[in-house]
Design a protein around this ligand. Sequence first.
Ligand code: PGA
Length: 261
Amino acid sequence: MARIPLMAGNWKMNLDHLEATALAQRLYWALRDANFDYSKVEVALIPPFTDLRSVQTVTDADNMAIVYGAQDVSVHAAGAYTGEISAHMLAKLGCSFVVVGHSERRQYHGETDQEVGEKAKAALGAGITPIICVGEALAIRKAGEHVAYTLAQIDGVYAELGPTLAPATTVAYEPVWAIGTGEVATPADAQEVCGAIRGRLAALFGRETAEGIRILYGGSVKASNVASIMAEADVDGALVGGASLDPAEFSKICRFAELIA
Ligand code: PGA
């Protein structure tokens, strides 16, 4: 089964709703000028919650093929959970994706694999594809435990999902030491773990399901390194932080195929 690559721009806590509209338009124009083919690469914006309505409006108005999603979601459906946002609310805003278990959520908000799995389940219940983030910190990599650590996160999250929901998920392998540091994993590093994740998904849910799940790499992806990472067999796209805030740079990342010499 051919997996269409996904380039997702995680804006993190950057850009107000006016800046969001401007960035979405500039990215759209850059891709249009390059005759970008959205059937070959899916392009997603992952802005802060407060930007989603504006991103929806601008993408609808200009009939953009760019899709979008949120950076987090509540495990709860509704009720007395001050400050939280439900999957239904995100679905109503036209979100295609939601990032769950980003390392910054795990680190600063103590999210566990179980909670990440529950968030993924909540997203799937509203028809939204969760982008399930996993990845090790530097000390774990130095100890040579990065594959085992990341696979344990996969086991923990997917225990909440099971074989029926698993096929509708996306994974992002993001080594924490490569996020926002300029320290990019080598293509071989990315392939080692992404390949191991696919192997674990095959062991859990069968080869066919594992072959259909997109596995992204994230961590200091730029136009200058994206092509070599995308050349790896088990890397199906990128979750891009800093470089997604620059529309010219992000449009080049989306056009990675042209960079492959
Ligand atoms: P970065 O962030 O591209 O700025 O390293 C990636 C991420 O955290 O998703």
